[in-house]
Each structure stands twice: as C-alpha cells, then as structure tokens.
Design a protein around this ligand. Structure first.
Ligand SMILES: [Zn+2]
Length: 271
C-alpha cells in the first residue's frame, strides 16, 4: 500500500488527550490550588518561587504518569511508523506536554517530532540550557519532598538521562549535573519562544497534507499552521470535537471524538 500523500504534517492539541483524562490549564479544574497560571508557568514565576513551580510540575508529572495513550495516540503512532516505512515524510507537531505521544511511540526519531510547548519528561539547566530526560517528581501536593520515579515515561533518545535523583539545594530544588545550577522543567512558559517553529514552518510549506487534531485554533503560532500549509498548496483537514476558530483554513472539517475520528481518517490516507 502507498500513501496518497508524500509529505504529511500532523498537529495535535489538548483534544487528542482529553479522552485519556488529561486535565489542562484551560479546564476550570485545571488550576492548581488556585494559583494563577503566570505564577507557575513563567520565567518570572520560577525566579520568584521555584519551590512552588516545582511542586506544580511534580504534581503534573504524577498526573501524567496516571493516564495512558488512547486509541487516537496509538493509531497516529502506528500510521506515522507505516507512512515512514512506505517512504512518506512525516512530522508530528504537538502542543501537548503530557508525554502521551512519546509513550504511544515508545521511541520516536526526534527529527520527526516537535513538542513546541516542551514536555513533562524533560528538564533543563537554567544556566547553560542543557536538556535532560528527567522523569523524577520532586515534591508531592503537601509540600513534602518525594522521590517518585515515573518509570513508564519515555526517555528522549540522544539526551542525557537523569537515572538517579539529582542533587538538590536546601529548598529541595533539583540541581543540574552540568553546572550545579537550578534545573527547571523543559516547558515553554509564557513569554518564551516555542520549540522548533522554524523547522515546522519549513515542513508546512512543503507538505501536501496537513492534519490538525484536537486543537481549538486559538493558540498561536500553531493556529496559523493550517493557513501556511494551505497557501503552500496542501490539502488541510481538521478533526476536533467542537468547530475550530480557524475553520476557514481547512478544506475538510471533521467533528467528533478523537478516538473514533482519528483512526477513521488515517485509514483514508492509503490508496
Ligand atoms: Zn548547565
């Protein structure tokens, strides 16, 4: 079997993970102990109170470890593998930090995958920006330091992995093995530049199919990706529970739950 397309870019957002039970910042319940998002998701917030930020992300890592990839993640992982095998070039761009694509794949060539908002499975040194695969949780919800190793989180190939709990300062903040400076979650916070946008745009301008899954179309830069691909001549399709805000950018608009609509759509890619 051959794919009807030669270069495909997929974009995923929160909607692909909602059936797995992942909570997001945008849910009314998603705020953690009533903290403003800026307090726990900005460089200024980390500078002001790194303990609070690490408590927040430790809880998110624990939560991520309690949920599992659903049928949509698994169908997409299988399709990407088969498409690559058949000679089709693919790129998966996700806005999610929940690690569920990583886990559906087991191992994913990093050139074919961009987590534009970062991931819960990595940390980085605040001094030299070196990135580590880091599956540790450093605090529990009651401010107690914990040593919880999230075993089934995927380790990013090519990255140094923190196999043992890194040294921590007197406050309990983990310190980087490279510079002994503070480690922070490798999450793109407010005011920071998303990962890999140049590479994404390059692929979007040369793809012949662009598929957006579970995104509401109101978070930039990803909200503009469909328009970029469409202008470059690609067929554009959206799969989402609700109508998307940028729906005019899509030739094909499919409404429904990801676990049903994504496997259905992926079958149609083959001739
Ligand atoms: Zn460093």
């Amino acid at each position: 079997m051959e794919s009807r397309y030669k270069r495909i870019v997929f974009l995923t957002g929160a909607g692909i993970s909602s059936e797995s039970g992942v909570r997001t910042f945008r849910d009314s319940q998603g705020l953690w102990e009533e903290h403003k998002v800026e307090e726990v998701a900005s460089p200024q917030g980390f500078k002001r109170d790194p303990v609070l930020v690490w408590k927040f992300y430790s809880m998110r890592r624990i939560q991520a470890n309690e949920v599992h990839p659903n049928k949509a993640h698994i169908a997409l992982a299988d399709a990407l593998h088969n498409l690559e095998q058949s000679g089709c070039r693919t790129l998966l761009i996700t806005q999610n930090v929940d690690t569920l694509h990583e886990r559906a794949f087991g191992a994913l060539p990093s050139k074919n995958f961009i987590d534009i908002h970062g991931t819960l499975s990595r940390s980085k040194c605040t001094k030299c920006q070196k990135v580590f695969s880091d599956r540790w949780c450093y605090f529990d919800g009651k401010s107690q330091p914990v040593q919880n190793h999230a075993d089934n989180l995927w380790s990013h190939p090519g990255l140094q992995c923190l196999l043992s709990m890194p040294r921590r300062n007197a406050q309990g903040i983990p310190l980087s093995p490279c510079c002994s400076d503070l480690l922070r979650p490798d999450i793109v916070w407010f005011g920071e530049k998303p990962h890999g946008v140049e590479h994404a745009i390059e692929q979007l301008t040369t793809c012949d199919l662009f598929v957006s899954i579970g995104t509401s179309g109101n978070v930039y830069p990803a909200a503009g990706f469909a328009t970029v691909a469409r202008k470059a001549g690609a067929h554009t399709a959206s799969i989402n529970l609700e109508p998307t805000e940028n729906s005019s950018a899509f030739h094909e608009r499919i409404q429904g739950v990801a676990s049903e609509k994504v496997p259905e759509f992926l079958k149609k890619i083959w001739q």
